[in-house]
Design a protein around this ligand. Structure first.
Ligand code: FE
Ligand code: FE
Ligand code: ZN
Length: 302
């Protein structure tokens, strides 16, 4: 089966998309996801046209289809918060992010739906729909993939029903899809170890054709913990075989899979950590768990 797999990679002001492509290739990936700047702020540098062109040439050479590449919107954007200044700020930023996606030629933007911060679920969901309506004011353009959330704090989008409630109130909702996150689903209380059943349920509520991206993460916590702490492949509560089941699901073979697993520290200290993706992707491609993979990562970067 064709496998579209990548990870979160960096995107720097100097190297732009070209740096992201190079990083993805170094891990053996055929897609990737990045923030267009720091995820915790909304400062964004202008896009370098020359580097973008070089990035696209490299993607073509390496058979990376730009249709599978994902932008992740910064997580501080909160459409659920109805406060006028915050709401307008979020809408402006997202409109600019869509412009940036167009400039780069990228079709999919993953977005955390938002947290209602005490307003209550109904108002929060309503605000998200209102915001998306304003952002998606044209019939055509990049797609926003709403991410399934763990339900930490007052996070919305923790059930398929909540996502459906958001989507159905948006006029141009042909431009909305969903990004499943295996860790978030687990933490929200969905049994990802019975993935066929989970997909059937998603299909009933939203429709399987609406899945635009899948984040592949193991979880540090038990099902239903509402925590959102990602774990490396195979060492969390979901486990390697269950993640392989998700990754190789026939019904989702056209959907890009993105790893967002934690970086590894070499000496136990947290000051310098290293990406696990090259090793995790190798195990995924072999469909075989390597018990020593963390040690191999440490040796590789040592
Ligand atoms: Fe996310
Ligand atoms: Fe995610
Ligand atoms: Zn997460």
């Amino acid at each position: 089966m064709k496998l579209i797999i990548g990870s979160h990679v960096s995107y720097t002001k100097d190297e732009g998309l070209l740096g992201s492509v190079k990083e993805a290739i170094s891990y053996g990936e055929n897609t990737f996801m990045f923030y267009t700047g720091a995820p915790q702020n909304t400062f964004r540098a202008p896009i370098d046209k020359v580097k973008t062109k070089e990035a696209k040439e490299l993607m073509e050479k390496e058979k990376i289809d730009i249709k599978d590449v994902i932008i992740h919107a910064p997580y501080i954007i909160n459409l659920a918060n109805g406060k006028e200044d915050k709401f307008n700020f979020a809408i402006n930023f997202l409109k600019q992010e869509i412009q940036r996606a167009k400039e780069l030629g990228i079709d999919k933007i993953v977005l955390h739906p938002g947290s209602h911060v005490g307003l209550g679920e109904e108002k929060g969901l309503n605000n998200i729909s209102k915001g998306l309506d304003l952002v998606l004011d044209e019939e055509k353009g990049p797609i926003i993939c709403l991410e399934t959330m763990a339900g930490k704090g007052t996070e919305l989008g923790k059930t398929f029903e909540e996502l459906k409630t958001i989507i159905k109130k948006v006029k141009n909702n042909q431009r909305l899809m969903v990004c499943l996150d295996s860790c978030h689903l687990n933490d929200a209380g969905y049994d990802v170890t019975n993935f066929d059943k989970l997909l059937d349920e998603f299909d009933k509520v939203i429709g399987i054709e609406k899945i635009g991206c899948i984040h592949i993460n193991d979880s540090k916590n038990e099902i239903g913990a509402h925590k959102d702490r990602h774990e490396n492949i195979g060492i969390g509560t979901i486990g390697f075989d269950n993640l392989i089941n998700i990754i190789y699901d026939e019904r989702l073979k056209e959907v890009p899979k993105i790893l967002e697993t934690p970086y590894i520290s070499i000496d136990g200290g947290k000051d310098r950590t290293y990406p696990p993706y090259k090793f995790e992707i190798e195990m995924i491609r072999n469909k075989k768990y390597d018990e020593d993979f963390l040690e191999k990562i440490r040796n590789y970067y040592r």
